[in-house]
Design a protein around this ligand. Structure first.
Ligand code: GSH
Length: 211
C-alpha cells in the first residue's frame, strides 16, 4: 500500500488528502506522521525527498512522488471515480492557474508563519510581514471577483487548492479575517467546506512527534 508522509498541520498534505478522498483512494493509502520543520531538515525524509518536505508519497513499486501537485495528478490518473481534477481541454489552464494561485497563497502563509513564529525575534522583519499581508489581501480580493469563474467550471484542482488555502487561513491566520468584505468568496467557501472530502481532512495541532 502506498505510504504518505503526512501531518494534520500541513495544508499541502491536506490538499493531497482531499484529492484522495475525492478520487475514492483514501482508504488505500497508509499515512505516517512526519515532522517537516523548515528550520531543521529531516535526515530520513531527505533520503526520499531532498527538499525535506511533505507531502511525499512512497509507491509500492519503489517510486517516490512529490510535491502536492504531482501527487494530486497521480491520484487523478489512478481513479476514474470522482471529479476529473486535471481536466483536458476546456478549463485545463484555468484549473492549473487556480491551483498555482492556491499554492502561492499557501507559500505566502507558510513564509509568514516562519517569519513570525520560528525565526529568532531579533531577526524578524516587519517589512516582510507587510508584503505577505498585502499579497494575502490582494489574492483574497482577486478571488472575490473570480467566484463566478470558479462556479462556471466543474470541481477541479483549482477549486480544491483554493478551498484548502482559505481553510488554512482560518486555521493559522483567523485574525486576518479574510471573509470581511468578501461575501461572495465566503459563500463559495461554505459550499467547498460542505463537500464530503473536506471535514475528514480537517487541520489539527497534534503533539509534535520526536523524529
Ligand atoms: N510545493 C510543495 C510545498 C510543500 C511544503 O512546503 N510543505 C511544508 C509543510 S506544510 C514542509 O514540508 N516544510 C518543510 C520545509 O520547508 O523544510 C507542495 O506543494 O507539496
Amino acid at each position: 500500500m502506498p505510504l504518505l508522509h503526512w501531518s494534520p498541520r500541513s495544508p499541502y498534505v491536506r490538499k493531497v488528502m482531499v484529492a484522495l478522498h475525492e478520487k475514492g483512494l483514501a482508504d488505500g493509502i497508509r499515512t505516517i506522521r512526519t515532522y517537516a520543520d523548515p528550520m531543521i531538515p529531516h535526515e530520513g525524509l531527505m533520503r526520499l525527498n531532498p527538499l525535506s518536505k511533505i507531502p511525499t508519497l512512497e509507491l509500492d513499486d519503489g517510486r517516490v512522488l512529490f510535491d502536492s501537485h504531482v501527487i494530486c495528478r497521480w491520484a487523478d490518473e489512478q481513479s476514474e471515480a470522482g471529479p476529473r481534477l486535471f481536466p483536458q481541454g476546456p478549463g485545463q489552464f484555468e484549473a492549473e492557474r487556480d491551483e498555482a494561485l492556491g499554492n502561492g497563497l499557501l507559500d505566502v502563509a507558510l513564509a509568514w508563519l516562519v517569519e513570525t513564529r520560528m525565526r529568532p525575534e531579533a531577526q524578524r522583519s516587519a517589512e516582510l510581514v507587510s508584503v505577505y499581508r498585502t499579497k494575502l489581501v490582494r489574492t483574497a480580493d482577486w478571488l472575490e471577483t473570480h467566484v463566478p469563474d470558479l462556479e462556471q467550471r466543474p470541481f477541479d484542482i483549482g477549486h480544491l487548492t483554493i478551498g484548502v488555502a482559505l481553510a488554512y487561513l482560518d486555521f493559522r491566520f483567523a485574525s486576518e479575517a479574510w471573509r470581511d468584505g468578501r461575501p461572495t468568496l465566503a459563500r463559495w467557501h461554505a459550499t467547498f467546506s460542505a463537500r464530503a472530502s473536506v471535514p475528514p481532512t480537517s487541520f489539527r495541532d497534534d503533539p509534535r512527534p520526536a523524529g
